[in-house]
Design a protein around this ligand. Structure first.
Ligand SMILES: C[S@@+](CC[C@H](N)C(=O)[O-])C[C@H]1O[C@@H](n2cnc3c(N)ncnc32)[C@H](O)[C@@H]1O
Ligand code: SF4
Length: 407
């Protein structure tokens, strides 16, 4: 029987390097902003298509069949129509994409055009996820976004007109200096727009970002745990009040985002194409060196990192992700994916450290099904975890990256 697999395509380019963003900290800005005419970007598309054909054929020969497709980044919608078709053709030539239960294209409002949306539908995308972050123009400028609120609203209209009924936006709650009223205005507009799903990310003060440098210098206001908690609690109330129920930390609405849930809960293996992608295949975790486009271009089928997914450097990140869901770490799924008894994985010191902090913050439930936080404690515990080294009013947030690595 065919094994379901999530296919992730990473596009490591963006219009701007947003001041808060912790996805691209290792990527030099000049590389992040390469345009479609740049030969290096052209080489990336060629390398990506080569990796898809090569690894894809290997996966198909082992009876993996994609049931979820996700293009993200960076900014996947930054691609030109020509680039979209080339990548789409490489995927269709390699995989049977007839059984997809979800296909999401992720991007940013200023890059959306009607002709790109047609190209995405031709490939099979049925879900669009746009990073909006805020509908406040001053805030959008302050955080280095390449669009204003009107552009975001127009992009959502274009998405709807192009026939996408499954539309999600990302918002960030609790930016330094953001008060409840400002955030409420963003939420209020959100509930009037054609979106059925919202991801609300509590602001993470991650070292290496412009915003954290400003926080440290005292020029970005302060990042306060109490504001974080109240903004997030307000989002829960507002969004649930308009029928968008929370089904995991930061995830509201329906249909659920199957790609995030499959990835967070380890429901199935995934393969990542592109320099910023990771893969989990048959118990092994595979990745490229983050932000190093040149090494990917030189050898797009050779992973720089390769280790058991149960390794102490990887398992805590997987545990972190899983515990943000209501179901948490599900024993059967973990044992299938990591090919080890759950107790052995949990015995490693970094996983133990994460669990004991989360236990102290929210009270972990452990039983024969696995480990989870009580639903009502989930957001509070994770927001607290992000700010654990950030005392109230502090201007020098440290974040959790040093403790648990990237997630
Ligand atoms: C890879 S980005 C993709 C979206 C797209 N590139 C855009 O920004 O429009 C995924 C999401 O991560 C969130 N994010 C990035 N850095 C964050 C941070 N420091 N704290 C909270 N959320 C963050 C943003 O909401 C962003 O939309
Ligand atoms: S556009 Fe998205 S991925 Fe790129 S820097 Fe901004 S938030 Fe990060």
């Amino acid at each position: 029987m065919a094994k379901p697999i999530l296919v992730y395509v990473n596009i490591p380019f963006c219009t701007s390097k947003c001041h808060f963003c912790d996805w691209v900290t290792e990527v030099p800005t000049s590389q992040l902003r390469l345009g479609p005419a740049d030969p290096t970007r052209e080489s990336f598309i060629a390398a990506l298509c080569h990796q898809i054909a090569s690894h894809g054929a290997w996966l198909a020969s082992r009876d993996y069949r994609p049931d979820i497709l996700y293009w993200g980044g960076g900014t996947a919608t930054i691609l030109s129509c020509g680039e979209i078709s080339r990548i789409g053709e490489a995927l269709h030539a390699t995989f049977d994409l007839s059984q997809l239960r979800e296909a999401t294209i992720e991007g940013s409002p200023e890059t959306i055009t009607p002709d790109k949306l047609v190209a995405f539908r031709d490939i099979g995308f049925r879900r669009v996820s746009l990073g909006v972050q805020s509908f406040n123009d001053d805030r959008l400028k302050m955080i280095g976004r390449a669009h204003d609120a009107d552009t975001a609203v127009r992009a959502l209209d274009m998405v709807k007109e192009a026939g996408f009924d499954d539309v999600s936006i990302d918002l960030i709650s609790g930016f330094p200096g953001q008060d409840l009223q400002e955030f409420d205005e963003t939420l209020e507009l959100t509930t009037r727009l054609p979106v059925n799903h919202v991801a609300v990310y509590a602001y993470r003060p991650t070292p290496g970002t412009t915003m954290v440098r400003r926080l440290r210098r005292g020029t970005a206001g302060s990042a306060e745990l109490s504001v974080q908690k109240s903004c997030y609690a307000h989002a829960q109330q507002r969004l649930e009040g308009s029928g968008l129920d929370e089904y995991a930390f930061g995830h509201f609405g329906s249909p659920r985002c199957h790609s995030d849930m499959a990835y967070f809960k380890l429901e199935q293996d995934w393969v990542g194409f592109g320099s910023g992608a990771t893969s989990l295949l048959d118990g092994e975790y595979l990745a490229f060196e983050r932000g190093r486009l040149a090494s990917y271009l030189a050898a797009p089928t050779r992973f720089d990192e390769r280790c058991p997914a149960s390794a102490p450097g990887i398992a805590p990140r997987l545990a972190y992700q899983a515990l943000t869901t209501h179901e948490g770490i599900v024993r059967t799924l973990w044992e299938q994916r990591l090919k080890q008894p759950l107790e052995d994985v949990l015995a490693s010191a970094p996983v133990g450290a994460l669990l004991s902090i989360l236990d102290s913050l929210g009270g972990l439930v452990r039983d024969s099904d696995g480990i989870r936080l009580p639903t009502e404690a989930l957001a509070r515990a994770f927001i607290h975890l992000l700010y654990i080294n950030t005392p109230e009013q502090a201007r020098t947030p440290i974040g959790t990256e040093g403790l648990f690595g990237r997630y």
